[in-house]
Write a protein that binds this ligand. Sequence first.
Ligand code: GLU
Length: 511
Amino acid sequence: MTLQDSGNVRVRFAPSPTGYLHIGGARTVLFNWLLARKYGGKLILRIEDTDRTRHVEDSVGQILDDLRWLRLTWDEGPEAGGAFGPYYQSERLDLYNKYLDQLLASGEAYYALETPEELGAMRAAAEKATGGFRYPRPDPLPSIEEGLAVRAEGRAVVVRLKMPAADITVDDEILGQVTVAADQHEDFVIQKGDGFPTYHLACVVDDELMKISHVLRGQEHLMNTPKHIALQRALGFSTPRYAHLPVIFNIDGSKMSKRDKEKAIKKGLPPPEIDVHDFRVAGYLPEAVLNFISLLGWSPGEDREQFDLQEMTTLFSVDRIGKTNAKFDREKLQSFNTDWAARLSEDRLLEAYKEYLSANLDGGEISEWVNGPVTDAVLRLILRACRGFRTFRQVDAKVRFLFTADDDIVYDPKAVKKVLKKNDGAGYAMLEDLLNRFEALTEWTGDVLESLLNRVMTEKETKLGHVAQPIRVAITGATISPSIHESLFLLGPEHSLARIRLCLAKREDES
Ligand code: GLU
């Protein structure tokens, strides 16, 4: 794509508020963002909310929130303002009506008077006869007066665009020329029975009025583009440059969709993450998500795969977006996340962890742990103790014991059997020995604890597991936690000793 000569780059992301931001939508906005940044252009955020039947309450707020989490800022749109607003299509109905009137007056569009029942019967008959249906243009066309009269009777009348009797070719920046033959066209609806414009009309009017230079959107919209080009021509608008992004597939070859969640639940499996929000509450870093989705259909053409937004901007080019389907490899995303977590500064990691906690607590804050108020210093210690983690959810699982009261620790019977009871209660014996040694300590730091445990290991000529696991089960109830000296240090002497005593007392109860 030669953009140097293409004038002002103005791109848009145009979500419909029908739910959370899908990961595919995030890829679309990222590519638009990169194009705008690379060429000093503008990214416009436009809310396509003219379909009242699909509207989901609060979804605009959720979409903006997810964009902010990804650090994908917009130059014009909700909250940002701009000279081409309003940026909610529901506030632009007068504009669409103006262009609709123009099309009706010039004879480029017409009222179609069939009731939904009549249309249904036409479709059924055509499908029976030929296996397909294409709306047959009435001859003669209903006049504007007729249309208005039928509408005045309270009937839901639609407006259709007269498609030209000529092939339409989309000059796609990624796919090349895609032609739809004249005999494949259908006069499609541009104003619905409820008086609202369809997506097609609103989108074309806004792309023109908002001076959009490039439309980068998913390939599922490719077959809309000939319709949009026909509308642009009928209205005397210019045609922006189009680039349709490859479809995203699951690793098993199925198309990645919101329905994957329901399918998994039906099978009794945990639902996969699909929306940006899902990845956010699952504890992924925005840096890793962005980096990963940038590679869904694009590659910078070098061996290196990990880069931040700034590097992506430098490397990005529409020429390097592929035609073929992109594969969503969750394993790869997880490994990206692990790498990014290791790469980020402590400050940034802390900020991201707090965002994760807040997303999980619905904007609330985690306030108390066993040793008092949760401060940044505490969270830093936790993150340090868990370094090497895959996701923040894994961090949470590892340190849950620090947020559980001593009496509420649940002992996993399997862990108790394997680690404490086996070999005539060797684990319990180890605990008793360690309890004495811990009680004698005058200082409770990671270093002191580590060297004590090393000493025990040497003395008893045993492996770390035999020393560490009994303590781990005693203080957490299970076999997973940060390294044992860090776990003990974080929990502190009071709770550590209380839990070991409690665990030993439970053994007495059982015997
Ligand atoms: N509102 C459309 C969607 O959410 C936008 C399509 C487009 O980019 O033109 O799919």
